[in-house]
Design a protein around this ligand. Structure first.
Ligand code: ZN
Length: 353
């Protein structure tokens, strides 16, 4: 078996992984919110390729193929099952192309195949579980065909579905990342605790275990601390950039406190009116730094991520990335800068502006 490139990198230091393609592609106008099927790899491959390049420019070490929700069940829901394999292969090819074309000065990127929550997994129901296993197997098979360097299983809220995903991924011999996403009850839907689930994933051989999606920094961090203490393997931390809280641990039920005159027509802030809850870049930077200090080396941001936040993650843990060239420079701001060419009558006006 070849060397484990992911683990080698993690043993040496931090690895950044940009996630959150679903929200970002939707914001760019190439995906329907709610339905959330990544048709972009077929309909607008150039848009997806460019987003990968932007995340790469911002410091992502991993190019994760955008096959999230690109599974057989979702394709059945939208009546396009025949496009399942072309969609997967196109997303994988685009990711591989970008991963092989790493900017000068960056470490070579790794291309990751991706599987995720199927939404049909049912506790104690072998029929649904076999169906899910088949869905995982076909997607992992395409990822191997298209030369994935590693595999990411993510956003599982059933512990046993995560175990099944890992089992399928492990058969390939590729490095594996398995991140789970407990919902608002703060445990897995089949009753297992978050920490026990991560411990079991480590036992089953995952290279990285941890959390991604659903939770913002405030409600993800306490779990990460416990996980970091409970396992020996590498830990992953990829929150959403939204201000979740003890009362609202995930982004699904965040209230609208913005006194907005135009609330979302479907009565929820999720997923189209979360904007007032958005974290600023410094909050995300602090999260990444605190997690890294704990000994968590696999870091990123999930739904809501954009290249600016990925750069913030990278820089907050001491990395310099291509986009660092363009980090903020308030020195030359027309009103708040200290550059001596800025006229005094303009800088004096700053607090009234
Ligand atoms: Zn996400």
């Amino acid at each position: 078996m070849s060397t484990n490139r992911l683990k080698e990198r993690l043993d040496q230091g931090p690895v950044v992984c940009a996630e959150g393609f679903l929200f970002e592609i939707e914001r760019r106008g190439y995906m329907s919110s709610g339905e959330f099927v990544p048709m972009v790899s077929l309909d607008h491959p150039e848009v997806l390729e460019n987003l990968h390049r932007e995340f790469q420019h911002a410091g992502s070490d991993i190019v994760e193929a955008f096959t999230y929700n690109g599974h057989r069940e979702k394709m059945r829901i939208i009546g396009k099952e025949e496009l399942l394999e072309p969609l997967n292969r196109s997303a994988l090819k685009i990711a591989k192309k970008v991963a092989l074309d790493t900017p000068k000065g960056s470490k070579p990127n790794l291309m990751a195949g991706n599987i995720s929550n199927s939404n049909i997994w049912k506790h104690n129901d072998l029929k649904s579980q076999n169906e899910v296993e088949k869905m995982f197997s076909e997607m992992v098979g395409w990822a191997v065909d298209e030369s994935a360097d590693m595999l990411i299983g993510e956003t599982f809220y059933y512990a046993e579905e995560a175990f099944k995903a890992l089992e399928v991924m492990k058969k390939t011999g590729l490095p594996t990342v398995l991140t789970i996403s407990p919902m608002g009850e703060n445990k897995m839907r089949d009753g297992k605790s978050v920490v026990d689930t991560c411990k079991e994933l480590e036992q089953l051989g995952a290279d990285v275990v941890g959390l991604n999606c659903f939770r913002g920094p405030a409600t993800m961090f306490p779990f990460l601390k416990e996980i970091r203490e409970a396992v020996k393997c590498h830990v992953g931390a990829l929150p959403i950039p939204y201000r979740t809280s003890k009362d609202y641990p995930t982004f699904f039920n965040l209230p609208d406190r913005s006194n907005c005159e135009c609330p979302s027509p479907h009565g929820r802030t999720f997923p189209t009116a979360l904007d007032p809850h958005f974290c600023n870049r410094y909050e995300i930077g602090k999260f990444a730094k605190d997690a890294y200090t704990l000994g968590i080396n696999y870091l990123g941001v999930c739904c809501g991520a954009n290249p600016m936040l990925i750069r913030e993650v990278a820089e907050s843990i001491g990395l310099k990335v291509p986009a660092s060239k363009y980090r903020e420079n308030m020195e030359n701001h027309f009103m708040y800068g200290k550059n001596k060419r800025i006229p005094k009558h303009i800088s004096d006006y700053g607090d009234k502006a």
